[in-house]
Design a protein around this ligand. Structure first.
Ligand code: MN
Length: 222
């Protein structure tokens, strides 16, 4: 896959870094690093269940060296008739696809993050019969892709619209294919981490914190 556009050295990550204090959070800094080994060449996707001020699922797609990111309040669906609101958030470093843990209360996004699903995806975006890169599709406000995850698979689309307040938002929709199934709800039936098998409370416990990132235990803490 040709990797044009933004350089893969984290140049798109200024906002991500500005929002975080890496002395306080264990989230990856996403510093410039050696050239990434491309392996099979398929870009990654990740879905992280995040208990922050508002509970949501972060849906992320690797595009040109960063993770393009959306916050999906209800999480992804396997039902093509469900359109899930997806609010764009700042680009995240590729390392973030491996992050699971509890961000301390008071820090940006304070609360517990569970690695809910991950895998690779295949771009299927096209316009008038012409294949588009993900970057081109995002600029046009429409991308489609096949997910190859543990919990999510098959075609999905993200479509941009403008809300009543003029704010940009997107809708995440399952496409009608063999993997579509209105009767299952993986968000409800498979809450566990795809990486460690833990549920949210176990992740927070292991970090000695509450789900919302407060220190747990005797008399106050810091
Ligand atoms: Mn989040």
């Amino acid at each position: 896959m040709e990797r044009g556009g933004r350089p893969a050295d984290g140049a798109g990550l200024a906002e991500y870094r500005r929002k975080r204090d890496f002395d306080r959070t264990r989230e990856p800094e996403g510093a410039p690093r050696r050239k990434r080994r491309r392996g099979r060449g398929e870009p990654v996707f990740v879905v992280q269940h995040h208990i922050a001020r508002r509970e949501h699922y972060d849906f992320r797609l690797e595009v040109d060296g960063v993770l393009k990111s959306w916050a999906v309040p209800k999480g992804p669906s396997t039902d093509p008739s469900e359109r899930r609101l997806a609010v764009p958030t700042e680009d995240h470093p590729l390392d973030y696809a491996e992050f699971e843990g509890t961000i301390p209360a008071g820090e940006y996004g304070g609360g517990t993050v569970l690695l809910w699903d991950t895998g690779t995806y295949t771009n299927t975006t096209a316009k008038k019969g012409r294949e588009l890169t993900m970057a081109e599709g995002l600029a046009h406000g429409h991308v489609s892709f096949l997910l190859h995850g543990e919990k999510l698979s098959g075609g999905y689309a993200l479509n941009r619209f403008r809300g009543g307040d003029g704010e940009e938002a997107w809708l995440l929709v399952k496409e009608k294919d063999a993997a579509a199934d209105p009767r299952t709800d993986p968000v409800a039936s498979r809450p566990e981490s795809v990486r460690t098998g833990r549920v949210l409370t176990e992740i927070a416990d292991d970090d000695g914190r509450t789900l919302h990132g407060r220190p747990r235990g005797s008399g106050g803490g810091r």
